[in-house]
Write a protein that binds this ligand. Structure first.
Ligand SMILES: C[S@@+](CC[C@H](N)C(=O)[O-])C[C@H]1O[C@@H](n2cnc3c(N)ncnc32)[C@H](O)[C@@H]1O
Length: 273
């Protein structure tokens, strides 16, 4: 980004989009989020102020964070936040950045929970706490247990539960919690295979323990179905639904239904005994 040029909002966004296109699947969106973060304005402001010239102070800060993004740091680690289910969550390095497809899983669960009057939920691999907090926010009498093996995830889930005023109904545990009578176990576990992870370079800025579920991607599903017996499991799954996961469910005598996300990709498995 040349410093002897006068940059306005549009020319800067155009330049950054091109620059980030080599490392990001959403370079324009990244550029807009980063510029609105530096300017402390929302993205709508950018669209309505394309001709505004940018100060050297803004340009200096922006240059720094665009460099960070270019070196593989996810946008949300830079801005420290991410929207999920219309709520704002704190996000930090060491914890997976929540994905929009996980909203499809939560929406389906919320819909079914209202009909079936389910009240107790266990979220395994809570990460930033987006699933647990969304359940507690949208089901006002829900009781939620959230577990993760990562200390960073435990801390962030607690912070997000506090931020949204639901910490009295979210019980956060490191590693494992013994629960006999929970209505629902929900999990977006690490489900990539080791081989898949190797090829997905754009994910290498996020913790591998949040992404890879052992050699065939199924380790954490296996652990969960062996430990718990809820009324239903709600799992996020890889696309396409893997034969090895199907075999795992079959071998454990489980019934299941697979649902697609908004992009028509296999994404949700509802599983029961
Ligand atoms: C794909 S991330 C999901 C995070 C969050 N639930 C979300 O949807 O954004 C998976 C999480 O599972 C945690 N995890 C990995 N192995 C686990 C295990 N055996 N038991 C509990 N949590 C585990 C990771 O630390 C990570 O936070």
């Amino acid at each position: 980004m040349a410093s002897n040029v006068i940059w306005n909002v549009k020319s800067l966004l155009d330049w950054t989009t091109k620059y980030l296109s080599k490392i990001s699947r959403s370079p324009r969106s990244d550029a807009e989020i980063l510029l609105s973060y530096v300017m402390k304005k929302d993205r709508l402001w950018l669209y309505t102020n394309f001709d505004s010239e940018l100060s050297s102070n803004v340009l200096d800060k922006y240059r720094e964070i665009v460099k960070l993004r270019h070196s593989g740091t996810p946008v949300q680690y830079i801005t420290g936040e991410k929207d999920f289910m219309a709520l704002k969550f704190k996000i930090s390095k060491g914890v997976l950045v929540p994905r929009p497809e996980t909203e499809d899983l939560v929406e389906r669960l919320l819909m079914d929970a209202r009909v079936n009057k389910w009240k107790s939920f266990l979220d395994i691999g809570c990460g930033s706490g987006v699933i647990s907090v969304s359940i507690a926010k949208y089901i006002p009498d829900a009781e939620v247990w959230a577990v993760d093996v990562s200390e960073d995830a435990i801390r962030l889930t607690r912070e997000n539960a506090e931020k949204h005023g639901v910490s009295s109904r979210i019980h956060v545990h490191k590693g494992y919690v013994e629960l006999k009578d929970v209505d629902i176990v929900i999990s977006n576990p690490p489900y990539l295979t080791e081989e898949e992870w190797e090829t997905l370079k754009e994910l290498h800025g996020e913790p591998i323990e949040a992404l890879v579920g052992g050699k065939n991607g199924n380790d954490v599903y296996e652990e969960i179905i062996q430990k718990y017996s809820p009324k239903r499991f709600y799992f996020e799954i890889a696309h396409p639904f893997r034969q090895s996961l199907k075999r795992l469910f079959d071998a454990n005598g489980l019934k299941y239904e697979i649902f697609k996300d908004l992009s028509k990709r296999d994404r949700i498995a509802i599983v029961w005994r």
